[in-house]
Write a protein that binds this ligand. Structure first.
Ligand SMILES: Nc1ncnc2c1ncn2[C@@H]1O[C@H](COP(=O)(O)OP(=O)(O)OP(=O)(O)O)[C@@H](O)[C@H]1O
Length: 663
């Protein structure tokens, strides 16, 4: 009784400011203050344990089914480490209501009496200062050890709790590890605190992986070989490099490039921004990773402010929902593009568009070939939108990124009861989801042979047999396949079925690489306008920057061009794009090998804004001609119907210097 009175006096003394505030316990003391002043609680009373009714708990469980499934797996592992030490685990929602629990049956009654049970509401409002309620109020991992608790009835407990966030940074709830009795020393809880934090982060990361299983995931860490299994920082992004999720580590440590337009809070807002805003100079390194760097050690990527991290990239495990036609969260910039807009006058593109227009509504399978980033999916989508199937789904499947173990169920689907656990409900496969529309099989050359056989059956019989089904389902679909590989070579090496190849290539469309296209100026103009509109900026570019773009080799093709323009626009911060706004690797790449035409400052002041159409009409055309003729001035002049002197004059005006003159 004397001890109880001492506890009550201590709490009330701190609240009244009569007792010195201990620095280490200030989180607890802040909570005591809230309990007395905001919630009007009295530490001398025994708390009534508030148990929510079953339907409230059920509703909460249903709403967070996926999160709870992942958390349960983490709790089971954690329990193995702490059960012998007398701890029980409680998982709560964001309001502090117990939604899952692992404990020891032999203490059931004591645990229930203490409120360590399903449905118990541990928010400070009802339970006073305690591990869960205070962790949720303070949003931090903490140990509420014995007489840290507000109510005398709770001072036997020792609770360590960590908050759990979803990948968007919203509070989901808390993971709590509690003991009914524990040694008096606070230090006795250190190990439990580490374990609780570790498992909390593991649950968050597993939730992250689950939520973004249809996206690229970049893990960053400081321990090289471990980064594959436990990247401390994680970013999920779409195929255009736009960040769609960031885990707690990434949100804490990464900031967007310093730039006048963004204040501190906006620079912390990673979601919705482009990867180039985080990695400034090294965006291409990341894309190189996506294509497999061939290195044994994890690659190192560097943030714009010079922090190097080991990096590991995971390809989407299932097809992005946004690409299936069932969800349209962020339209691809080129979506809706009609076929004729794909060419800006390049002879090979003109021919391709003409052919595509004739094929769009024919019942022929089309095979699109072209280097990576040349726009195979953009072309497939344009074919779909120019066909009578335009209103039906366009379902894109990246055969290279779905793990072999999942590809069959993803493509063909499965019936209810085929699997246990979260997959018990059954799922329509991607082929069935494209019924009536277009199935786009990207990177078809990477499809495993066994599945090629099954796909061949689908294409010839137009019916599928989902896993666990006893009757086939008819499907009506148009198939477009694409690959950057030479499928005929694969037939020779035995990695691609010849009969499937002939099924798929009723017609072949070959997209030229960007470096060989004569309509680069048109593409730059269009993409610049699109990207500028998306960023709310003006689409203006200076002649020297344009000249550099026109000279670049574009190994990543149109994707690389779009990324470069997006990067430049965000760095230019409202000014016309200048050379120094472009990604440095562009200038570096041009600096080695073929040199970038240096800008003669007197001839083209840095701030000169050349409306892009004018630039294209002059500097762009000139550059194209010079490149085509390998910088032979006479040939270029003849080709353009100008005299050599005019060519020289214009080169001077636009600051174009031949690489032959720079050696
Ligand atoms: N004609 C175009 N107009 C505008 N943007 C384009 C065009 N072609 C491609 N792009 C852009 O380039 C990027 C890559 O396009 P897409 O995904 O279609 O290429 P891909 O050849 O299918 O690439 P991969 O081989 O990697 O699958 C996208 O950002 C897309 O918006």
């Amino acid at each position: 009784m004397a001890l109880s009175q001492h506890h009550v006096d201590t709490v009330l003394g701190v609240v009244a400011g009569r007792l010195p505030v201990d620095d280490g316990a200030s989180v607890i003391q802040r909570s005591w203050l809230r309990c007395v002043e905001h919630y009007g609680l009295d530490p001398a009373r025994r708390p009534d344990i508030r148990i929510e009714n079953a339907s409230r708990v059920r509703e909460c469980i249903q709403q967070n089914e996926e999160h709870l499934r992942v958390a349960r797996a983490g709790m089971e592992q954690l329990y193995k480490h702490v059960s012998d030490l007398g701890y029980v685990l409680l998982l709560t929602d964001a309001e502090g209501i117990g939604v899952d629990y692992i404990g020891n049956d032999t203490w059931d009654i004591a645990l229930r009496r203490a409120g360590l049970t399903l449905g118990a509401n541990w928010s400070e409002l009802y339970a006073g200062t305690n591990g869960i309620g205070t962790c949720l109020a303070e949003r931090t991992t903490l140990t509420c050890h014995r007489d840290d608790h507000f109510y005398i009835g709770n001072v036997g407990l020792s609770c360590t709790t960590t908050p759990l966030y979803d990948p968007q940074g919203n509070l989901m709830g808390a993971l709590d590890v509690s003991a009914l009795s524990s040694p008096a020393e606070r230090e006795s809880q250190h190990l439990v605190r580490h374990l609780t934090t570790l498992y909390g982060r593991m649950i968050e990361d597993a939730n992250f992986m689950q939520q973004f299983r249809d996206r690229w995931i970049l893990r960053l860490g400081t321990a090289g070989p471990l980064v594959d299994v436990c990247g401390e920082l994680m970013l999920a992004f779409d195929r255009d490099g736009v960040i769609v999720g960031a885990n707690a580590g990434a949100r804490r440590q990464l900031r967007l490039l310093e730039c006048a337009r963004l204040d501190e809070a906006q620079r912390a807002q990673l979601v919705g921004s482009h990867l180039s805003g985080v990695f400034g100079t090294r965006i291409d390194d990341i894309w190189r990773l996506t294509r497999g760097s061939g290195r044994d050690d994890p690659a190192i990527v560097t943030t714009w402010d010079g922090h190097g991290y080991h990096a590991s990239l995971t390809a989407p495990r299932i097809v992005p929902a946004a690409r299936t036609g069932t969800e349209r969260e962020r339209p691809l910039p080129a979506r809706g593009e009609t076929l004729s807009q794909l060419s800006g006058g390049d002879p090979r593109m003109n021919q391709l568009v003409e052919r595509a227009l004739r094929l769009a509504d024919k019942p022929v399978s089309i095979l699109i070939q072209g280097e990576t980033g040349t726009g195979k999916e953009v072309l497939a989508r344009a074919l779909h939108e120019s066909s009578s199937r335009a209103e039906r789904p366009f379902v894109a499947v990246n055969c290279a990124s779905i793990p072999e173990s999942l590809i069959e169920s993803e493509l063909f689907g499965y019936m209810p009861g085929t699997f246990t656990g979260a997959r018990s409900k059954g799922m329509k496969g991607l082929i069935q989801r494209s019924d009536g529309g277009t199935l786009f099989l990207d990177e078809i050359g990477d499809m495993p042979l066994a599945l090629q056989t099954r796909l061949l059956r689908v294409l010839s019989e137009r019916e599928i047999l989902p896993l666990g089904a006893d009757r086939p389902i008819r499907v009506d679909l148009n198939v477009i396949a694409a690959s950057h590989r030479d499928l005929r070579k694969q037939i020779v090496t035995g990695t691609f079925r010849e009969d499937l190849y002939y099924r798929l290539c009723g017609a072949t469309l070959l997209l030229p690489p960007l470096r060989e296209r004569q309509d680069q100026g048109y593409l730059i103009e269009r993409i610049l306008r699109e990207e500028a509109a998306a960023q709310g900026a003006d689409a203006a570019i200076g002649a020297p920057a344009l000249a550099l773009l026109m000279r670049h080799d574009w190994p990543g093709n149109v994707r690389e061009l779009r990324n470069a323009l997006r990067f430049a626009l965000s760095i230019a911060d409202g000014e016309a794009i200048d050379v120094h706004h472009l990604p440095p690797d562009l200038a570096e790449a041009a600096g080695t090998g073929e040199r970038v035409p240096d800008v003669a400052p007197a001839a083209v002041p840095r701030a000169t804004v050349v409306p892009i159409s004018a630039a294209r009409g002059d500097a762009g055309v000139l550059l194209e001609a010079l490149r085509r003729h390998r910088w032979n001035i006479s040939d270029a002049a003849r080709n353009l119907g100008l005299c050599r002197a005019t060519i020289y004059r214009r080169m001077k005006r636009y600051g174009i210097v031949s690489p032959l003159d720079q050696a």
